[in-house]
Write a protein that binds this ligand. Structure first.
Ligand SMILES: C[S@@+](CC[C@H](N)C(=O)[O-])C[C@H]1O[C@@H](n2cnc3c(N)ncnc32)[C@H](O)[C@@H]1O
Length: 255
């Protein structure tokens, strides 16, 4: 196992806390994996920046994982692992055929600089992120935790910053399937009881970021609603849907 130790910019602290147990809840979904693998095209060497536990890394390429969090890298099963932040990638110009970054850009202190680094070290980039300007918002959060919408809209990197910094040529919407396996914020839109599970909450930075004084009463309200039998299920029109566009986007750049 190779773990390098270039400067990580000191930004690993959050995931060193909330990253514990990440792999149990954040199981990569095969449909998103296929989309990302297709976007990487014929790349043989790939750098996965903000790699975490290695979700969505294609198995048929040589992948180098980069992440500033030791807790996350320890859960990564790969052999090429470097502890570093996106803003200062310890690689030569053009070192990789492709770079990927999945649900991580909004955690970077300087997204534009990190994305410029992706372009510097690779000829093709595939970045999966959430567009904070997208509507509708996840119905459950609107009803029980409006604070989440507010927090996320300010915390997530605007899509225009991602596309601009990458000089992107393509943006592909990814409607979330109702049985999506990766527990990020909108994953359980048709299975709202899942948000009551503390393990789910702990591995979702959206919920983990809010103080317990906000999250706990909201979840308690939800628990009471469900227990009373009159708990508000997902709106009827949603129950019939297989997938829904909640603003997740795959951004492609380079050649
Ligand atoms: C939600 S996780 C996503 C992990 C993985 N890409 C996935 O799809 O499961 C966000 C990751 O971003 C990492 N991260 C935080 N700050 C970073 C930075 N400055 N540069 C690169 N990665 C960073 C965190 O340590 C964490 O592993």
């Amino acid at each position: 196992m190779k773990i390098g130790s270039p400067a990580d910019g000191g930004h690993s602290a959050k995931y060193d806390v909330i990253g514990v147990g990440y792999r149990e809840v954040r199981r990569p979904d095969p449909r998103l994996a296929a989309l990302i693998a297709g976007a990487l095209g014929d790349a043989l060497t790939v750098v996965n920046v903000g790699a975490g536990a290695g979700s969505y890394e294609p198995e048929d390429r040589e992948v180098t994982a980069v992440d500033p969090s030791r807790v996350m890298l320890d859960q990564h099963p790969g052999t090429r692992k470097i502890k570093a932040g996106a803003e200062e990638l310890p690689f030569e110009d053009g070192a990789f055929d492709a770079a990927m970054a999945v649900m991580t850009v909004h955690h970077w202190p300087d997204p534009a600089r990190g994305l410029a680094e992706l372009r510097r070290v690779s000829r093709r980039q595939a970045v999966f992120t959430w567009d904070p300007a997208h509507r509708p918002e996840l119905w459950l959060f609107e009803e029980y935790l409006p604070e989440v919408g507010e927090l996320d809209r300010s915390a997530f990197t605007p899509l225009s910053v991602v596309t601009g910094a990458l000089d992107a040529h393509t943006v592909i919407p990814f409607p979330v399937p109702h049985d999506f396996t990766d527990g990020f914020r909108a994953a359980f839109w048709r299975r709202p009881e899942s948000y009551l599970d503390p393990v789910v909450g702990a591995a979702c930075s959206t919920l983990a970021r809010l103080p317990a004084s906000v999250v706990d009463p909201a979840l308690a309200r939800r628990r009471v609603d469900l227990g009373a039998g009159g708990g508000r299920p997902p709106p009827a029109d949603l129950l019939e849907r297989e997938s829904i566009d909640y603003g997740y986007r795959l951004v492609l750049a380079g050649a």
